[in-house]
Design a protein around this ligand. Structure first.
Ligand SMILES: [Zn+2]
Ligand SMILES: [Zn+2]
Length: 322
């Protein structure tokens, strides 16, 4: 990267796409589906693992620092839920890596000489110490290069102590099996980055692995995934809580409305009674007209039941008696 490009990238990162009134080179906004959301959140594996043994090549989606700056600005005022997309992206990436790790472990089991349970336990101790030595050694080199000499020396002392422990563990491991078996390099698969590690790896190789870009990159991705899972779960719980509260409020509102209705019904009793009055009137007038009709029917000797017909019968009887 030339000095000019470097300054440009820095300005992009600081100011976003609208820096000098021009659009970014991709002519898209940060919320375009072609933009890599994991990149916006700073966790695209294509970036993190670039120029390692597991380099994934260029990301199929757009990576642009100016768009990330735009996103960071926009996300202050609005939630875009990109962490869900990023989480799903990393989840599938890690799941694929873990699948490869399991496959490599199975292959080793098939090809390597089976050790006794005791020897396996001792080998495991050596591997754990090897990881601590490699990590601390790499750290000591990094902080030393940054000029933190005392911290570096302190870490080197810890490395020396761990090396003594490892030496002891190696003796115990050797004693647990025939010499010919001990000579063989016993491999295992790194659970973090799925690279192969040997039980006889020297300190240099351990430091290169545990302090290397590949292994550290995988640690970054795995930690980022855990963070995303946590924040997504928290926000989902928060949203659920808000929904629940909204539902409760709605119900209360409905309850209030019901109460309101009941209250407004009682003072209008007069109103209702007037309505029922008119209904009664209507009924009465209807029955009157019915009666008149019945009367005429009973005159024609039609058989009827009920008081009315009785009345009409009596009437008609009276007529006969008349
Ligand atoms: Zn990407
Ligand atoms: Zn590793």
């Amino acid at each position: 990267m030339s000095a000019h490009d470097q300054i440009r990238a820095m300005l992009d990162e600081l100011m976003g796409t609208g820096r000098d009134g021009e659009n970014n080179k991709y002519k898209v906004k940060f919320d375009d589906p072609r933009v890599c959301k994991s990149f916006l959140l700073g966790c695209c594996p294509h970036d993190i693992l670039s120029s390692t043994r597991m380099d994934l090549g260029e990301c199929p989606k757009i990576h642009d620092l100016a768009l990330r700056a735009d996103y960071e600005q926009a996300t202050k005022g609005k939630d875009y839920y990109y962490d869900i997309d990023a989480m799903e992206h990393l989840q599938s990436f890690i799941a694929e890596c873990d699948r490869k790790t399991e496959l490599a472990k199975r292959r080793l089991k098939e090809t390597q000489e089976e050790l006794s349970e005791e020897a396996n336990q001792k080998a495991e101790i050596i591997h754990q110490l090897g990881e601590q030595i490699g990590t601390k050694l790499a750290k000591a080199e990094t902080v030393g290069a940054e000029g933190h000499v005392n911290e570096s020396l302190k870490l080197m002392e810890e490395v020396e102590e761990l090396k003594k422990q490892k030496g002891q563990a190696e003796i115990e491991y050797r004693n647990s099996m025939p010499a010919s078996s001990y000579q063989q390099q016993k491999l295992r698969v790194c659970e973090v980055c799925s690279a192969y590690l040997g039980i006889h790896d020297n300190d240099r190789r351990l430091a290169d692995h545990f302090g290397g870009k590949l292994h550290l990159g995988f640690i970054t991705i795995r930690e980022k995934l855990e963070d995303l899972k946590k924040s997504v779960a928290e926000r989902r719980a928060q949203r659920e809580k808000e929904r629940e509260e909204r539902r409760k409020r709605e119900q209360e509102k409905i309850g209030d409305r019901e109460k309101e209705k009941r209250k407004s019904r009682s003072p209008s009793r007069n109103h209702r009674s007037s309505r029922s009055h008119s209904r009664d009137r209507r009924k009465r007038s209807r029955s009157r007209s019915r009666r008149s009709c019945k009367r005429s029917r009973s005159r024609s000797h039609s058989r009827r039941s009920g008081s009315r017909s009785k009345r009409s019968r009596s009437r008609s009887r009276s007529r006969y008696s008349r």
